[in-house]
Write a protein that binds this ligand. Structure first.
Ligand code: ZN
Length: 380
């Protein structure tokens, strides 16, 4: 038996008035996803435990059966896994634009990779402590690594959540670690304006110690592969000892290299027991708030990913789990911590005929904890 998990990031949504109170999935022509729902069994799953941010890291870990309440230490450490760097404590380190103490742009005016690298190099050259290290990533998404133990924790705020607000209310406070972060933030505001006009401050958040994630092969007795368009998922996969498959020409948008993704997926299924195929485009158009585009993205996904895979695998020897990691409703243009519809091909059929947020509610699995999805898929 082979297993395939299809994860169209952010696909689930709410009813949209202009669509006659239907969701983008309900409006879109999705015969292939409907096939999985009709020939399989459905339900809805909670992929984000109470008290967690509905990030793709948390949701996808849950789908892979990793209890984030035990294993999640922050976004920074997961991104570090993806980039193959380590340290004692790791923060995501945005390069941000602050005007008059107001968080003006969490992305440093979309600073280019090159310019960001220049900033990181200067920060590293002039850093006040040896145990502090900056690691360049993509654009505003960089890492702050602390190679020293701290006894206390710190509360930080994602900069995209405090846009337009005074940063003083959100600076780290209380404790030694918080004190260090504050010092580095204020120091960066002196150093950075000499390097770039786009960003004038660092903003560390999502920090934690490096996690020890359960190993996929030990947990399930299966050889697993991850195909994804984002570093975060590659990081999770590396942390779990899965093979990470690179695909050329992917864009992380709805114009991505669908053929390449499908080809890699089919190839990986030959020498792995389980393949995760995670695509990012539908989430991106959801963040843009463009409902028509989202419908278009869903139809492209259905035809070019789901359809092409269904055409070319031996369905008798196959189990498929289809679900978005979290909803990204057009109306709010951000992730929400609400259940997602899922369909499992290879499971004994139920009465659900089409794949959607509403129809899956009536599936035989009902509402389940996302941690059980792997078990449900593998169960005879
Ligand atoms: Zn997103």
């Amino acid at each position: 038996m082979k297993y395939l998990i299809l994860i169209p990031d952010g696909m689930a949504d709410w009813s949209i008035e202009e669509f006659g109170n239907k969701t983008p999935i309900e409006i879109a022509d999705t015969e292939n996803m409907d096939f999985i729902a009709r020939e399989g069994a459905c339900g809805v799953a909670n992929t984000v435990p109470r008290g967690f941010e509905p990030g793709s890291d948390v949701a996808n870990l849950t789908i892979l059966g990793v209890d984030v309440r035990k294993h999640y230490t922050g976004r920074g450490p997961i991104e570090a896994l993806a980039r193959g760097v380590g340290g004692e404590i790791i923060f995501r380190c945005n390069l941000v634009r602050v005007d008059g103490r107001i968080m003006a742009d969490y992305s440093g005016n979309r600073i280019s990779d090159e310019e960001a690298k220049k900033v990181i190099d200067v920060l590293n050259a002039e850093k006040p402590y040896d145990f502090v290290e900056f690691h360049a990533g993509k654009s505003y998404r960089n890492l702050l690594i602390l190679n020293r133990r701290f006894e206390d924790d710190v509360t930080t705020y994602p900069p995209h959540d405090i846009q337009g607000r005074r940063i003083d209310h959100y600076l780290p406070s209380d404790g030694e670690l918080a004190g260090l972060l504050r010092e580095l933030i204020e120091w960066s505001a002196v150093v950075m304006p000499e390097v770039t006009e786009k960003a004038n401050m660092i903003w560390p958040w999502g920090g934690g110690r490096m996690p020890s994630l359960p190993q996929f092969s030990q947990k399930y007795g299966l050889k697993g592969a991850m195909i994804s368009e984002v570093d975060l998922l590659a990081g999770i996969a590396k942390g779990m000892g899965m093979d990470v498959i690179e695909v050329e020409g992917i864009t992380g948008y709805i114009d991505t290299n669908y053929r390449g993704l499908v080809r890699s997926c089919l190839k990986s299924l030959k020498d792995h027991d389980l393949v995760v195929l995670h695509t990012e485009g539908i989430d991106e158009v959801s963040h843009e708030g463009d409902a028509e585009r989202k419908v278009e993205g869903i139809e492209l996904y259905d035809e070019n990913i789901v359809g092409k895979i269904l055409d070319r695998v031996d369905l008798d020897e196959m189990r498929i789990l289809l679900l978005p990691d979290h909803p990204t409703p057009i109306k709010v243009r951000t992730h929400v911590a609400e259940p997602v519809p899922f369909a499992i091909y290879g499971s004994k059929k139920d009465d659900v005929r089409v794949y959607s947020e509403r129809s899956c509610l009536k599936g035989k699995f009902g509402r389940v904890d996302g941690l059980w999805l792997m078990t449900l898929m593998m169960k005879k």
